[in-house]
Ligand binder design. Structure first.
Ligand SMILES: [Zn+2]
Length: 110
């Protein structure tokens, strides 16, 4: 047995999950499949310490019906943050209500 095999124990998939990437990319794919536009990932202007800067958040825009549907679809997936003012807001599993500034897009973080 060579030493090199000991460094191949973590798959790319496991790594992505460890930093929240897999759930995030799944949610982005779901948003696109529902007809929403991804308007921001790591770029743009966001609150200080925003999850956007860590590559853990995205914003998506569409019709009210589309954004409401995405909110409902994701609210049971344990998102770190889920903000869409007309529907409310979730942060770390807690319902925190509308936080403001999120009427024209939905913010998702894992
Ligand atoms: Zn955002």
């Amino acid at each position: 047995m060579s030493n090199s095999t000991e460094f191949e124990t973590i798959s790319d998939e496991q790594l992505a999950t460890a930093v929240g990437g897999s759930q995030l990319s799944d949610a982005m794919a779901q948003a696109r499949s529902m007809g929403l536009r991804i308007t921001s990932t790591t770029g743009g202007r966001h609150a200080p310490r925003s999850y956007h800067y860590q590559g853990r958040a995205f914003d998506a825009a569409g019709s009210h019906a589309q954004m409401s549907a995405l909110y409902r679809a994701l609210q049971g997936t344990n998102p770190t943050e889920l903000f869409y003012d007309p529907m409310g807001g979730i942060k770390h599993g807690r319902q925190i209500g509308a936080i403001g500034g999120h009427r024209d897009h939905i913010h998702v973080a894992y």
